[in-house]
Design a protein around this ligand. Structure first.
Ligand code: ZN
Length: 681
């Protein structure tokens, strides 16, 4: 392919560190076009073109891609028209106007935007093609509304029986969350999908509705499968496609919703209509949207789950970054497949198509890249942490927010297409990795992690920057200058060292009154049974102390942390008590949701907060004679009390002295500060 040749040239140019041009924040697109047209060799960046007054945390910059005047193609033209001859000298053809730097309302306040061209542009149909998506019709800058998206997909589905549609449920505002099922057999129900032995990929767009790249990429790819020459993608794989997950937020649409992100023109909002972040909701499953999605995962049983975002942070060259659980997590076999089979195939495809793929990027310090990158081991509130806990290989894609919308959508298309190919080719390997993880039943489960530097650093394809004193903030700010810069052997701090670990119990027992907790565990698909008669058991129970409540709301919860101590108890559990065996595919998830020291335990989310309230008291006039009687009845108690009195603070506190007796009396609330979920060893 001609464009492929061009992009290779461009990447080579980039690696030489000198060939690129920047259209920066100039408002005069004509001037820029002129510049890139007239220059037979690439134009270096003028650092003064950079205009940003944002903190680096808020405002990453645009990364240079295969940006060379040699890639003199019309960005907005359809595939058939991208007929640039790679063998033609750049100056032989006038370069058309590259993407304008004032395409989006926020271009003027963002760091330099570098014109991008890549072979993947040939995936776009011409604006007037009957089957051009709204994204293509807008030359790659717009994304359609909820109604327009569904109408377009329904029209496509009307052309074939290979594309079926089901509703996962209604949003709080009453919108259906639609899922399209693409299969060569025209499957429209989960039972039939399970009979078909192909692996199934579940792709969700717009968990954060403004980060919608996957929707437009998915529409294009489905079009090419149904109307184009890519139907073979369904020969070995089924595709489940949720074009908009956070549907209500998708319709809170506007130009000013994502200040750090280059398009689309109108984008949805990050959080749901209830202001909740769906990518913090996997474990606690508060929202209707998430409850529908978790049920869909249980019903449709995908083999690979893809969650697509757009990230800001620092500036770098990578446009499509993606990651998953770490090797140390709960699904090591899936990790090995993702790392050793999936990643190389997808990165090769992206590179071939003119993109720069990379791992997920989180800088240790957004104002000082030399401090390195942190590698994160996500807890199950996040999609990728949830996938690790339930042994569903899950990929978090984070496209870079300062790359223009078109570039991001096309990168996402390439990634999805290659995903379907790789999953189809490696179905057996993928499925056996999942089975291995599901039945691994690790005897020790890590609840929290500590970071440690990796032995080998990362040769990081970054962007150069200066620190400048800002008269606005009065301090130094990062000014990304758009120039690619390799940071060799950058330190990587990875959450690979177990911190808090627990032994795996054989089962948990939850009293029936904790209905909301039981309900959420049910939504996750965790199998449970009910005791049919009172049952006497020797169990373990956590005693909690020193609870610390968050003073601010977090995702609609008052979260809490408490110290815990495991005690042995003999108790008779009433009929109706819920038993959850950990000997099940979702056993690890149950542990993470039920252990008090787990950051995403339902206890820490506040589902058990009433247990921290004392509800019964004793009057002083009653505790005095009670204490006297207790001392008389138990001579050993006097010795213990005398010992306690050696603590001067205690001895000087009349309330504490009375409470000391009350707590040792049979009148005291024996459930106070006891975690009501029992463990059996
Ligand atoms: Zn996001």
């Amino acid at each position: 392919m001609r464009l492929f040749s061009l992009s290779v040239i461009a990447i080579a140019c980039l690696s030489a560190g000198s060939l690129y041009t920047v259209d920066a924040v100039a408002n005069d697109a004509k001037t820029l076009a002129q510049a890139s047209t007239d220059l037979p060799t690439p134009m270096p960046v003028a650092a003064t073109q950079t205009v940003t007054d944002k903190t680096p945390a808020e405002t990453p910059a645009t990364a240079p891609q295969d940006v060379s005047p040699a890639a003199n193609t019309q960005a907005t033209e359809p595939a058939a028209n991208i007929a640039t001859d790679a063998t033609t000298a750049p100056e032989a053809q006038p370069a058309p106007i590259p993407e304008r730097a004032n395409t989006f309302v926020n271009d003027a306040i963002l760091p330099p935007s570098i014109t991008w061209h890549g072979a993947s542009e040939s995936l776009m149909l011409s604006v007037d093609n009957q089957w051009a998506t709204p994204f293509e019709q807008s030359s790659g800058i717009e994304s359609p509304s909820y109604e327009a998206t569904i109408a377009w997909l329904d029209t496509l589905a009307g052309e074939t029986d290979k594309l079926q549609k089901v509703s996962l449920g209604k949003s709080p505002q009453g919108r259906d969350i639609w899922m399209y099922i693409a299969s060569s057999e025209g499957i429209n129900e989960s039972a039939r999908l399970k009979q078909n032995t192909k692996p199934t990929v579940l792709v969700q767009a717009g968990i954060h509705a403004g980060e919608i790249d996957r929707k437009d990429a998915g529409m294009m790819l489905l079009r090419d499968i149904i109307k184009g020459d890519k139907s073979a993608l369904l020969d070995k794989t089924n595709l489940l496609f949720v074009p908009m997950f956070s549907v209500d937020a998708h319709e809170r649409s506007g130009e000013f919703n994502r200040v750090n992100q280059r398009g689309p023109v109108n984008m949805g909002w990050r959080t749901t209509a209830n202001n909740l972040n769906l990518n913090r909701d996997y474990a606690k499953a508060d929202t209707l949207e998430m409850q529908h999605m978790l049920r869909a995962i249980n019903v449709w049983q995908p083999d690979l789950y893809i969650d697509v975002h757009v990230t800001d942070g620092i500036d770098y060259q990578y446009d499509v970054t993606f990651g998953y659980n770490l090797a140390q997590g709960l699904s090591p076999a899936s990790y090995r497949w993702l790392e050793n089979s999936y990643r190389p195939a997808v990165e090769a495809a992206l590179t071939e198509q003119g993109h720069i793929p990379g791992p997920l990027i989180f800088a240790v310090d957004n104002a000082d890249i030399t401090k390195g990158i942190s590698l994160w081991n996500p807890s199950p509130r996040f999609s990728n942490g949830y996938g690790d806990a339930r042994h569903l290989p899950t990929i978090l894609i984070e496209n870079h927010s300062l790359k223009p919308f078109k570039q991001r959508v096309l990168g996402t298309y390439v990634m999805l297409e290659q995903t379907l190919k790789t999953v189809g080719e490696q179905a057996t390997k993928l499925k056996s990795a999942i089975q291995e993880d599901k039945y691994r039943a690790s005897p020790l489960i890590t609840l929290t992690w500590k970071s440690a530097p990796l032995a080998k650093g990362w040769d990081f394809k970054g962007i150069d920057y200066q620190l400048e004193k800002s008269p606005i903030s009065g301090t130094e700010v990062v000014r990304w200058n758009g120039q690619p810069k390799l940071y060799p052997n950058l330190p990587v701090l990875a959450e690979t060292v177990p911190d808090i670990k627990v032994t795996r119990p054989s089962a948990y027992y939850i009293p029936a009154q904790w209905t909301q907790v039981i309900d959420r565990l049910n939504i996750h698909g965790i199998r449970m049974t009910r005791l049919t008669k009172p049952t006497e058991l020797k169990l373990q129970q956590y005693k909690l102390s020193n609870p610390v409540f968050n003073t601010k709301d977090f995702e609609g919860h008052q979260t809490v942390k408490a110290e815990s101590e495991l005690t042995k108890v003999s108790t008779t559990l009433p009929a109706g008590t819920i038993k959850i065996s950990t000997d099940q595919p979702l056993g690890d998830l149950a542990v993470l949701l039920l252990e008090p020291q787990s950051p995403d335990s339902l206890l820490q989310w506040g589902f058990f907060n009433p247990i921290f309230t004392r509800t019964e008291y004793i009057e002083d006039y009653a505790v005095e004679p009670l204490a006297a009687k207790m001392l008389k009845d138990d001579p050993k108690l006097q010795a213990e009390f005398d010992k306690a009195l050696t603590n001067a603070e205690f001895a000087a506190d009349p309330e504490a002295r009375l409470r000391w007796f009350y707590e040792r009396s049979p009148y005291y609330d024996n459930r106070y500060l006891k975690y009501p979920v029992y463990r059996s060893r």
